[in-house]
Design a protein around this ligand. Structure first.
Ligand code: F6P
Length: 321
């Protein structure tokens, strides 16, 4: 294998640039010619491919977003698009591909693998919802961004004795809500992976007010319902509550990556190169108990399941009253 390529796909995540840098630099170090594909699978199908030099990835390790741009491209689920993608790769003489992204990106990598093209998946999404790894690139930065925002909300919540519902991203996963709920001392965390009773939450808020609590922070994972819907439902149980809703939205996806994300991304990128050097494709990299690992990507996606650390949910119940 002489020529390889890298693309980023789906929702961007802080740290993707650090992964691209590691793939390009370590790839060149190991004797590969490395190509960058712009705009994810859309760019792959369109042949938007260029050779990258070590200089091309200079000064990006600390930048958010992705210098290769990204796109959601559901058309890649069709066999026709996948075959066109492989045709483009072959046209450039590319023999191995690294895909950095989340669930949808992994589906594309699985499709390429099943068509026999050596592909390595690198988990990059703020949602932290990819099976086969404890952490994904971007999660640490996103939760730090959320922490800072909730700390600010707490100030104004206390001044006005208000309840704040903070809707955070995560698609169908509750990791962002869990970690930031614990980290900000939120009174309630609501996630898709754990049941909850609105009447109990309403009662707890009332009880807190009675006991002199100056504010209530509820961190709500977007996969459960919207903040506006929760406010409406909660009003039935606690009509006196002065409640505001804050949707943090895409601010969670931007910003300079944390040290942890930069290092994780660099380690993942380097591992992807090690694997391609050994002619190993059809795999995805991950981190387990601090160690960089890899797994079969088809098996991981078809049989693996991401489960957040629900001990954190229990812990929050024990310490936030
Ligand atoms: O997967 C990352 C993510 O930010 C999710 O948390 C969120 O639900 C989704 O992407 C938003 O997607 P888009 O940027 O396409 O609106």
């Amino acid at each position: 294998m002489k020529r390889i390529a890298v693309l980023t796909s789906g929702g961007d995540a802080p740290g993707m640039n650090a992964a691209i840098r590691a793939i390009v630099r370590k790839g060149i170090y190991e004797g590969f010619e490395v190509y960058g594909i712009n705009y994810g699978y859309a760019g792959l199908v369109a042949g938007d491919i260029r050779r990258l030099s070590a200089e091309d990835v200079g000064d990006i390790v600390g930048r958010g977003g992705t210098c290769l741009y990204s796109a959601r491209y559901p058309e890649f689920a069709n066999r026709e698009g996948q075959e066109k993608g492989i045709e483009q790769l072959k046209k450039f003489g590319i023999e191995g591909l690294v895909v950095i992204g989340g669930d949808g990106s992994y589906q594309g990598a699985v499709a390429l693998t099943k068509l026999g093209f050596p592909t390595v998946g690198v988990p990059g999404t703020i949602d932290n919802d990819i099976p086969g790894t404890d952490y994904t690139i971007g999660f640490d930065t996103a939760i730090n961004t959320v922490l800072e925002s909730i700390d600010r909300l707490r100030d104004t919540a206390s001044s006005h004795m208000r309840t704040f519902i903070v809707e955070v991203m995560g698609r169908n996963a509750g990791d962002i809500a869990l970690w930031t709920g614990i980290g900000t001392g939120a009174e309630q965390i609501i996630i898709p992976e754990h049941g909850f009773h609105l009447d109990e939450i309403g009662e707890a808020i009332k009880e807190g007010r009675k006991n002199g609590k100056k504010h209530t922070i509820i961190v709500l994972a977007e996969g459960v319902m919207t903040g506006a819907e929760l406010k409406e439902e909660l009003c039935q149980f606690d009509p006196e509550s002065d409640t505001r809703v804050t949707v943090l939205g895409h601010v969670q996806r931007g910003g300079a990556p944390t040290a942890r994300d930069r290092v994780l991304a660099s380690r993942f990128g380097a591992k992807a190169i090690d694997l391609l050097k050994e002619d190993i494709g059809g795999v995805c990299v991950g981190i387990r108990n601090g160690e960089i690992i890899y797994n079969d990507i088809v098996d991981t996606l078809e049989n693996g399941k991401h489960v957040p650390n629900l001990d954190l949910y229990t812990l929050n119940k024990e310490i936030s009253f």
